[in-house]
Design a binder for this molecule. Structure first.
Ligand code: HEM
Length: 417
């Protein structure tokens, strides 16, 4: 299952939204600002494919997400990424729920929903706090650390291992596979096609072993839910299981990791906002929403038009790719007051629209509550123990048009006595 690398294209001065360097340089917000004002439904040609419509306004993205009949996520129509999932050579994974439409989608989503219901998530809070406490205990006493490996990546991986019911020592493998899966455009992560193939094979072998174990001895974990559920009246086929496993590995950690790191970066760049959280920690849940709005860890999701239609008067043809840029919707001046201001109190005010970082409609992020809980506990403990923690040097960003990610981020803090 080798995802194609994004090929940039020279559009004669117009932006290429597919270009991973745009996001690695963190230049995309200015590009999106202009597009929202001038061409909110923007035709982006592609070097190696048919081209796509780039959608940048909040209201349009919300409406598209809530109309799966007209805007499909189904793998048979191309799926949820800019490249066509059904074109990938040797794709041994079948679609997971994120690349399905109703009514099929609901049956697959229901399989793992018990793992994400509020009671279950709330019940994880004490264990998440213990994990955070241990990670912070282990921060070097020198007062300097690399925050991604020490904290931001470590926490979601530990939580994912708990959800899967696997030993914490398996976390390193899950981390590597997840990086390789989303890192198709980052040469540091997809070292070679051969390496990527090996990762997929290892991941499939690992997932197969778990499936067998849980069939024989079910537990309360997500893998047991998958192995024992019957979405269409029958057990899930193996390729769909592998696709779902990979979805959970990636969705469960890349996004949360990058919200944690992007959140700390935003607090470092806006010390007055950090001070508000220090003075009043009850603002942290509002800050969490603002962090996800600000970071938009998932840059886009794609849909495919199932019939001729129009968006803002622009004709869209059946079969056209429609790419929803959440990173733009979350800075839309028609939706948010002062959208370029990072404001930890924003979500204490009345009538503020939901941030779209978790999407909208029937694919709305299944793990949103779990991600919010991890962010809340992390920032509560971090700011309590290291009130002056701040980013102390340049950050290294992921080269990707899909995940807004940070690979390395040095921090400095006054160590505890
Ligand atoms: C800040 C963290 C997160 C962000 C920003 C995020 C973002 C998103 C977005 C934008 C979608 C919508 C896809 C679409 O409309 O096509 C989505 C779906 C999904 N997310 Fe998350 N996610 C996060 C954390 C998590 C976590 C922690 C998990 C699980 C452990 C998770 C599991 C899923 C799953 C399974 C779906 C597919 C739902 C469906 O197709 O019905 N996510 N996420």
């Amino acid at each position: 299952m080798l995802r194609p690398k994004a090929q940039a294209i020279d559009l004669g001065g117009k932006p290429d939204l597919k270009d991973p360097d745009l996001y690695m340089r963190d230049d995309h917000h200015e590009v999106f600002r202009k597009l929202r004002a001038q061409e909110p439904v923007y035709w982006n040609p592609e070097a190696d494919a048919s081209g796509f419509w780039g959608i940048t306004r909040y209201a349009d993205i919300e409406a598209i997400s809530k109309n799966p009949k007209l805007f499909s996520s189904a793998k048979a129509n191309g799926g949820h990424r800019i490249f066509n999932e059904n074109d990938i050579d040797g794709n041994e994974t079948d679609a997971s729920m994120i690349s399905m439409d109703p009514p099929e989608h609901a049956g697959y989503r229901r399989m793992v929903t018990p793992g994400f219901v509020p009671k279950r998530i709330t019940g994880m809070e004490d264990r998440i706090r213990e994990r955070v406490t241990r990670l912070l205990d282990n921060l070097p006493k020198t007062g300097e650390a690399e925050f991604i490996s020490a904290v931001a990546a470590a926490l979601p991986i530990e939580v994912l291992a708990e959800l899967f019911g696997v030993p914490q020592s398996d976390g390193a493998k899950l981390f590597e596979w997840s990086n390789a899966t989303v890192g198709e455009d980052d040469p540091e992560l997809r070292v070679s096609d051969e390496y990527m193939r090996q990762c997929v094979l290892e991941m499939a072998g690992y997932a197969a072993g778990l499936w067998q174990q849980r069939l024989e001895k079910p537990g309360e974990d997500l893998i047991s839910m998958l192995a024992h559920s019957k979405p269409g009246g029958e057990a899930m086929n193996f390729p769909t299981y592998i696709g779902t496993f990979i979805l959970l590995v990636v969705a469960g950690n890349e996004t949360t990791r990058n919200s944690i790191s992007g959140g700390l970066l935003a607090l470092s760049q806006n010390p007055q906002e950090r001070q508000k959280l220090l003075d009043d920690p009850s603002l942290i849940p509002s800050a969490v929403q603002e962090i996800v709005r600000w970071v938009s860890p998932v840059l886009h999701m794609r849909r495919t038009a199932t019939a001729d239609t129009e968006i803002r008067g622009q004709r869209i043809r059946k079969g056209d790719k429609v790419v929803m840029w959440y990173a733009s919707a979350n800075r839309d001046e028609e939706a948010f007051d002062d959208p370029y201001r990072f404001d930890v109190t924003r979500y204490t005010k009345p009538d503020v629209p939901m941030q779209l970082g978790f999407g909208a409609g029937q694919h709305f992020c299944l793990g949103s509550r779990l991600a919010e809980l991890q962010l809340k506990v992390l920032f509560e403990e971090l700011l309590k123990r290291f009130p002056d923690i701040h980013v102390s040097g340049p950050v290294r960003r992921l080269r990707s048009n899909f995940i807004s990610g940070i690979k390395e981020m040095p921090v400095r803090y006054t160590p505890e006595r």
